[in-house]
Design a protein around this ligand. Structure first.
Ligand SMILES: NC(=O)C1=CN([C@@H]2O[C@H](COP(=O)(O)OP(=O)(O)OC[C@H]3O[C@@H](n4cnc5c(N)ncnc54)[C@H](OP(=O)(O)O)[C@@H]3O)[C@@H](O)[C@H]2O)C=CC1
Ligand SMILES: CC(=O)N[C@@H](CCC(=O)OP(=O)(O)O)C(=O)O
Length: 348
């Protein structure tokens, strides 16, 4: 069976990456693409690199246009998919790349997003370790709604959940500083994203516990078994088109050895082709993950500081968005989880 697909927000970065990956997927056929200000234009006007779709025209983003497809990917600005999704029937699998259905706490949603709450959907991070030692993929089989994680959240959650679940790091006093490229902010014109502001520089944003990914990180690490999770999260905008490099540190639990620490992460990811722990002494580069549906993890114990240090690299648009969306969709539909996805990146 070939599943019919519609993509809302197809003119944007996330929608474009879903399209790029779906072009290599044998089980999906993209029938409809929609946009907002670019509706009526050829898709290749805004996505000139997506030659497989030459001739497709961007339609208006409405429920009527999106309804009737087997799978609908929503890649819209925050706050724009909640009401739209409510109008799509249960017959379609709806996969939201935005934030509207990620948080299980309405209070946290209101505090960080300040817009109407539309409830939470099954969370699309298959490799996320859960408190019982299982993985989030067990909650995705057969579902008809998927909330794709925030890209920064994916990096931090994959970095820390194994240590929390295994009880080798303390869930309080986690610290992450994360370098991210401007594609994470979408195509929106912003003066702080101008090349002249970005090139040759780097700046922190969302500083002081106010970034909207903080509650999502806490939700995931609590789900991994952490009680009293607290995280100081600081993103830093750097001049690379794509990619995330997240450096996270956590206090060691008393009496835990460096070998205990490494085996916690090894156990979590030994069978995961898309989340790979690097050998001792190796740390990933963002450039190792560009175009790949892969998160690479480096791990060390800082004995003097009594902290575990993890370094995670991933492509925000692939493992951080479109790859996670397609991987989770494969699971929901009962397809082989890795269909249409590659652990290999492009280099140089
Ligand atoms: N970029 C990333 O790394 C990641 C993005 N995401 C999420 O994916 C979603 C899309 O992000 P991204 O692709 O980066 O953003 P872009 O700004 O690149 O694209 C936004 C898309 O939404 C459309 N759009 C804009 N305003 C409206 C509106 N009022 N109603 C309907 N459609 C609208 C745009 O259409 P048009 O161009 O025609 O105006 C465009 O297709 C966001 O929720 C984001 O959080 C998630 C993880 C990572
Ligand atoms: C550079 C930049 O602004 N990055 C974005 C990443 C957002 C993202 O991809 O996640 P969402 O789906 O939650 O938007 C940020 O830190 O907010």
């Amino acid at each position: 069976m070939v599943y019919s697909v519609a993509i809302a927000g197809a003119s944007g970065y996330a929608g474009g990456e879903v399209l790029r990956l779906l072009a290599g997927h044998p089980d999906f056929e993209v029938r409809t693409v929609t946009a907002h200000s670019n509706a009526g234009e050829l898709l290749t006007t805004t996505q000139p690199h997506l030659r497989s779709y030459a001739g497709m025209v961007l339609q208006e983003t409405t429920a009527d246009v999106l309804r009737g497809h087997d799978v609908v990917f929503l890649a819209l600005p925050h706050g724009k998919s909640g009401a739209l999704a409510d109008e799509l029937g249960d017959g379609s699998l709806v996969v939201d790349c935005g934030a509207d259905h990620r948080l299980t706490s309405e209070a946290a949603w209101q505090q960080f997003y300040r817009s109407d709450y539309h409830g939470s959907w099954p969370y699309g991070l298959p490799e996320l370790v859960l408190a019982d030692g299982g993985k989030q993929r067990q909650n995705l089989a057969g579902v008809n709604r998927i909330a794709v994680p925030g890209c920064n959240v994916t990096a931090v959650s994959l970095a820390l959940a194994p240590g929390i679940q295994a009880g080798v790091i303390q869930p309080a006093d986690l610290v992450t500083v994360l370098a991210v490229g401007p594609s994470g902010a979408g195509k929106t014109l912003r003066t702080d994203l101008l090349a002249s502001e970005l090139l040759g520089s780097a700046h922190a944003y969302g500083v002081g516990g106010v970034h909207r990914h903080v509650p999502e990180i806490i939700q995931n690490l609590t789900g991994a078994g952490g009680e009293g999770v607290s995280v100081s999260f600081t993103p830093v905008l750097v001049p690379m088109a794509r990619g995330i490099l997240a450096t996270s540190t956590a206090r060691l639990q008393p009496g835990v050895s460096a070998a205990d620490v490494r085996s916690a992460w090894q156990l979590a990811y030994a069978d995961e082709p898309f989340v790979q722990l690097l050998p001792e002494g190796s740390f990933p580069k963002v450039s190792d993950t560009i175009g790949a549906n892969t998160a690479l993890i480096g791990l060390a114990v800082d004995e003097a500081a009594e902290r575990v240090v993890t370094v995670v690299a991933l492509d925000n648009l692939v493992k951080g968005t479109a790859g996670a969306a397609i991987q989770s969709t494969n699971i929901a539909l009962g397809l082989a989880e890795h269909t249409g996805l590659s652990p290999n990146g492009v280099a140089p």
